[in-house]
Design a protein around this ligand. Structure first.
Ligand SMILES: Nc1nc2c(c(=O)[nH]1)N[C@H]1C(S)=C(S)[C@@H](COP(=O)(O)OP(=O)(O)OC[C@H]3O[C@@H](n4cnc5c(=O)[nH]c(N)nc54)[C@H](O)[C@@H]3O)O[C@H]1N2
Ligand SMILES: Nc1nc2c(c(=O)[nH]1)N[C@H]1C(S)=C(S)[C@@H](COP(=O)(O)OP(=O)(O)OC[C@H]3O[C@@H](n4cnc5c(=O)[nH]c(N)nc54)[C@H](O)[C@@H]3O)O[C@H]1N2
Ligand SMILES: [Mo]
Length: 696
């Protein structure tokens, strides 16, 4: 028997980006575990990723190219050879692009973070679509509201080192269910708690994380901007400001303080749905405990005002001088620390556009855009351009994850749309494909990774040979490029060449691939307390209040709420949020039997008060509905949901739910104030006992 231990990296869209070790026996991966030597992984993986071999060897893996024989959405396919599939796909794409590629914008790539790898993400794929002249994709579905807001404030997506939270005396966990979606941060928060730190959680839902904090502020969804203004009001009123830090390192505080003074605790409390004393208490802790650290996460920016709220919260650490200490400040994303090290131009080869400027499609409005005709206007009035005639989907499951799902599915069901899906499984999206192409998993291919929650670059070596006829995304696009007659040498780069191209040379501030290969990971050089003396990556080194084009940040009310849409709120009085289920990763792992068994079935958490008012008992089937759609779930009545808010968990595969639907039937396609992102958690619904019990 031969046994090997292979270095890998968790590919999933999670801030933790763990270093993994894969045990391989006779060519089969039998176990993955967290690398004990990697500082932020410290030997532990989450439950779901420790099941990665179960996912990889899943009997339902797609292991041969498939061609559709049934109706779109039916999931009926026959196996075909690679050559036949790629010949036909190349011919269809060439025909749609037309002579000289004049109509190439009718072809749209659709991808997100099924893998966060730089090689299996946007490397060969980007080169392929750039050369083709296809539409560009605006990848907004997760983090662009908060990400762009953070960059507007600090100059880049940068923040604290996650390790230093262990030394904080106050940790505010804001819009983050750390135990579910940022487990390795939670380890540091627990160390701090044991050393006497106070933990406060700001979240409409009473999550596992909220339960384990000293205080929980169950704010209404979309009210975080008001809360931040309320904290500022109290910092001013009690003079808990660090005037020296503000004078030297904040641009525009006078305008913001004027605004903050309009937000006394009583006004804030009414908007947030909490007590005024809770606002005062939060401000007192934040203004007086040092060092104070905020772990902001993306849960709070999936509402109309998510960008403004992020800007307001991101300014708080500067006002109290929290950045002076390495255990003070804020972390939303660390991904900007990697930007100088990365070489996206070499990897993605935008130069292959050769002067063409294709239109951009926003992935979050794919539902509406698939149903738009040539010459139509977009929602914002700008011309749409050619009708979408082909979609090539990889690393994403839009039929399940994109908002306003009824329209997304209707778009994908268009008979005149040519759809290719690169996948591991027959997802809700793959079911709508003309061709499904079998892709390798993280155990079967090479990749390199950055992180948005720590500052290590990691390598993922291929641990096993590809299963069946599966190929890496890169290889599929490489072969498709050859069939299309793209003859630039860059289309022949192998995966190692791509991995080497992903980073600048170490001498130029990049990451040396051989070093990465030898050591498994490389830590970026980021100062311990990066903004102790200012030095934000903005033009003048100060963090910014008044940003050109964005103005001074303010509270922005939700699209749908009792105050902004009172008529709608009469019919649909409950705010629905749909945050991750612990044992799924967005829609990934929903088909892994052992993990689905833990989650059981789609649930809706509702408060005892709201349930009683509707005659709903715990465990009963309920119908959740609004003008966009309706779904049936099991009600969980209790403390998790606050009054007025219901929580639908996880992005279920529609076809694995009893009613064939998921929560995105109810969400809409309106975009956030900054970053053109979806507002998944800005959604009014009504709930009633389901008339007909559905089979589980
Ligand atoms: N187990 C697991 N881990 C995951 C994921 C997963 O699906 N499962 N998804 C991964 C991905 S893609 C991402 S982007 C991250 C997401 O992780 P986070 O950035 O933490 O975001 P969410 O989990 O969407 O939401 C976090 C919390 O925000 C709360 N929340 C909702 N609306 C509001 C609001 O208006 N204000 C405030 N203050 N809180 C609000 C939710 O109730 C939730 O508990 O996690 C990653 N990790
Ligand atoms: N209602 C609601 N909707 C949401 C969210 C929410 O909180 N509530 N969260 C949103 C967020 S934060 C995000 S990030 C999006 C996530 O949406 P997606 O990025 O679509 O993520 P997943 O649902 O995990 O689907 C990723 C798919 O990629 C496939 N995949 C993985 N690795 C590879 C590979 O190497 N090659 C190929 N070809 N395929 C691969 C997986 O099998 C999986 O089916 O969903 C969003 N949708
Ligand atoms: Mo995400």
């Amino acid at each position: 028997m031969t046994t090997a231990l292979v270095r890998a990296a968790c590919p999933h869209d999670c801030p933790d980006t763990c270093a993994m070790l894969v045990t391989v026996e006779n060519g089969r991966a039998i176990k993955v575990h967290g690398d004990p030597d990697h500082p932020t992984t410290h030997g532990a993986l989450c439950t779901k990723v420790s099941r990665y071999p179960e996912r990889t060897y899943h009997p339902e893996r797609v292991l041969r190219p498939l061609k559709r024989v049934g109706a779109k959405g039916s999931g009926r396919f026959v196996p075909v050879g690679w050559d036949e599939a790629l010949d036909d796909i190349a011919a269809r794409l060439a025909a749609i692009a037309g002579p000289d590629g004049a109509n190439a914008e009718a072809i749209v790539p659709y991808s997100y973070a099924g893998t966060m790898g730089l090689v299996q993400g946007e490397s060969m794929a980007a080169r392929f679509f750039h050369k083709l002249g296809a539409s560009l994709l605006d990848r907004t579905i997760c983090s662009s509201a908060g990400g762009e807001a953070l960059a507007a404030t600090y100059g880049a997506k940068v923040g604290m080192h996650v390790e230093h939270y262990a030394e904080s005396r106050l940790i505010v966990i804001w819009g983050s269910n750390s135990i579910t979606s940022n487990l390795h941060f939670w380890t540091y928060a627990l160390q701090a708690r044991r050393a006497g730190a106070k933990l406060i959680c700001i979240d409409p839902r009473r999550t596992d994380t909220a339960e384990k904090c000293h205080e929980h502020l169950a704010v209404l969804p979309g009210s975080d901007g008001a809360l931040a203004l309320g904290v500022m009001h109290q910092l001013i009123a009690n003079d808990w400001l660090d005037h020296d830090y503000i004078d030297r390192h904040v641009d525009g505080w006078p305008q913001l303080s004027e605004r903050a003074l309009q937000w006394p605790p009583e006004r804030v409390a009414a908007v947030c749905g909490i007590a005024a004393e809770q606002v005062r208490s939060l401000a007192r802790d934040y203004g007086t405990i040092r060092p104070a650290a905020i772990r902001l996460n993306y849960g709070m920016q999936r509402v109309r005002g998510g960008g403004n709220a992020t800007r307001l919260i991101a300014l708080l650490p500067a006002l109290v001088g929290a950045w002076r200490h390495r255990a003070g400040g804020l972390l939303l994303s660390a991904s900007g620390w990697f930007a100088p090290a990365r070489d996206d131009a070499a990897l993605q080869r935008r130069d292959l556009l050769a002067g063409r400027r294709p239109r951009t499609i926003n992935m979050s409005t794919i539902g509406g855009d698939l149903l738009r005709d040539s010459g139509a206007a977009r929602a914002d009035g700008t011309p749409f351009g050619p009708k979408i005639e082909a979609l090539v989907v990889y690393n994403s499951n839009p039929v399940a994850v994109a908002p306003d799902s009824t329209r997304v599915a209707r778009g994908f069901a268009r008979e005149d749309l040519f759809t290719v899906v690169l996948e591991h499984f027959l997802t809700d999206t793959a079911d709508h494909a003309d061709y499904v192409l079998p892709a390798t998993t993280q155990l079967e291919h090479l990749d390199v990774h950055t992180s948005y929650g720590h500052t290590y670059a990691l390598i993922n070596e291929a641990a096993i040979a590809p299963l069946g006829e599966a190929k890496p995304n890169t290889q599929i696009f490489r072969e498709l490029a050859a069939k299309m007659g793209f003859d630039e040498p860059c289309f022949r780069d192998d995966d190692e060449a791509l991995a080497r191209a992903a980073f600048r040379p170490a001498a130029a501030g990049g990451v040396d691939f051989d070093d990465l290969r030898a050591n498994g990971w490389v830590k970026l050089k980021v100062a311990d307390a990066p903004f102790a003396d200012g030095g934000f990556p903005t033009a003048n080194g100060k963090c910014r209040v008044d940003v050109p084009g964005l103005g001074v940040p303010d509270h922005v009310a939700n699209y749908e709420s009792a105050t902004s849409t009172p008529e709608l709120a009469k019919r649909f009085p409950l705010a629905m949020i749909s945050p991750p289920a612990r044992n799924f990763l967005n829609s990934s792992f929903v088909n892994v039997t052992s993990l689905r068994a833990i989650e059981g079935e789609p649930v809706l958490e509702i408060s005892a008060r709201d349930a009683a008012a509707r005659g709903i008992a715990d465990g009963q089937r309920v119908r959740i509905f609004n003008d966009r759609g309706s779904i049936v779930c099991k009600a969980v009545v209790g403390e998790r949901a606050r009054q007025g808010v219901v929580n639908g968990l996880g992005v279920w595969w529609k076809k694995l739910a009893a009613d064939g639907k998921n929560g995105n039937e109810l969400t809409h396609q309106r975009l956030t104030d900054i970053g053109r992102a979806p507002s998944f958690y800005d959604c009014l619904v009504e709930v009633e006992a389901a008339a007909v019990p559905t089979a589980a």
